[in-house]
Design a protein around this ligand. Structure first.
Ligand code: 5AD
Ligand code: FES
Length: 345
């Protein structure tokens, strides 16, 4: 274990072996290794990204997601562009210099509408903008990059083609991967990632995900447990395991070295100290929710989501205290990717 952890150069056999560890002291060693690789490559500062969930309308039918289009129980909303811009500007004034604008795959926000939002935020702030709005045509991605967007999150969700199809009956695996390559080509800092414990997922599938992260070397990777949503086809499936999620975070850290790895809201939602545990297994980012309260409870991708009723101010100070309580510091910069090839782009 020590040799491949030092270099990050892991074979598939190494990955499968480490994913299969279940003895407590071996697992603790793996998580500690993730933490050490994080410390050596990323330092102690935790990046804070403000999440704005600006529309819960989605054209897709992902089997796990509460926002899937056939779910008629959701009260759907769209934030008007002016409100999104005002919120991003307000947050910048509070020192939050990075926002993640996330939505379902909502065709209302055309390429031009999103480009305009990005331009307006960029014109009056030094905020780094991350978009997370799903699969779109190359032209849209290009337009948004030219408008000033810095980053794009598009979890690969499952690097195994069959599992991907199982989870996303109306999505195309090849297109997903193509989008990730386009985004990189266009100069975005690119985020990938997956769920742990989704229905039908095996250790071999998880090994595919780690191999994908090792080979693609995303700038970011979000890894969280699957949580069953009652109004989806996966209502009766079981929740992903905290320990397996932590092993995945540690392995993602070891193979990507300096990528940005969020301690996800999902792990914090199934385990009170889940985010802290992830921060101590290799993660270095948290994404507090700044969606206005009147919309927030309707962005229910999974149930019992953390911080659903907390006032953002309260969440912010809670998050700071939690970070400091585990001996880490809070970053005040824009938290750009550390991947060296970015410098050459
Ligand atoms: N449980 C856990 N994670 C989920 N996501 C969507 N639905 C669920 C769920 N039920 C994740 C997906 C998506 C991200 C925004 O949230 O991986 O990319
Ligand atoms: Fe939101 Fe603690 S981080 S209440």
């Amino acid at each position: 274990m020590d040799k491949c952890i030092k270099s990050g150069d892991m074979s598939r056999d190494d990955i499968v072996y480490l994913l299969n560890l279940d003895n407590d002291s071996d697992v603790a060693r793996l998580l500690k290794a993730g933490d050490e690789v994080r410390k050596a490559n990323c330092g102690d500062a935790v990046q804070i990204r403000a999440l704005i969930e600006f529309s819960n309308i989605c054209a897709r039918q992902c089997n796990y997601c509460g926002l899937r289009s056939p779910n008629s129980k959701v009260t759907r909303y769209r934030m008007p562009p002016d409100e999104i811009v005002e919120l991003a500007v307000y947050l910048n004034g509070k020192g939050l210099k990075t926002v993640v604008m996330q939505s379902g795959e909502d065709p209302y926000y055309t390429g031009e509408i999103i480009a305009d939002i990005v331009r307006r935020i960029k014109a009056s702030t030094d905020t780094a903008i991350t978009l997370c709005v799903g699969e779109r045509p190359y032209e849209d991605y290009k337009l948004w990059k030219e408008a000033g967007a810095d980053r794009y999150l598009l979890r690969h969700e499952a690097a195994n083609r069959d599992l991907f199809k199982h989870l996303h009956p109306d999505c195309d695996f090849d297109n997903r991967i193509r989008c990730l390559h386009w985004l990189r080509e266009l100069g975005y800092q690119v985020g990938a990632g997956c769920m742990v414990g989704s229905p039908g997922q095996t250790i071999e599938h998880l090994a595919d995900d780690i191999e994908f992260l090792r080979d693609f070397q995303p700038d970011m990777a979000g890894i969280g447990p699957f949580i069953p949503h009652p109004d989806t086809p996966y209502a009766n499936e079981s929740t992903g395991m905290v320990q397996m999620t932590l092993k995945m975070v540690a392995l993602a850290r070891i193979v990507t070295r300096d990528a940005l790895l969020p301690a996800t809201t999902a792990i914090g939602s199934i385990e009170e100290m889940g985010r802290e545990m992830a921060l101590e297994a290799g993660a270095d980012v948290v994404m507090p929710n700044y969606t206005p309260l009147k919309y927030r409870e309707n962005y229910e991708i999974y149930p019992n989501k953390r911080c659903i009723t907390e006032d953002p101010e309260q969440c912010h100070s809670c998050m700071r205290l939690r970070i400091q309580a585990i001996g880490r510091t809070v970053s005040t910069d824009q938290g750009h990717s550390r991947k060296s090839f970015q410098a050459a782009l």
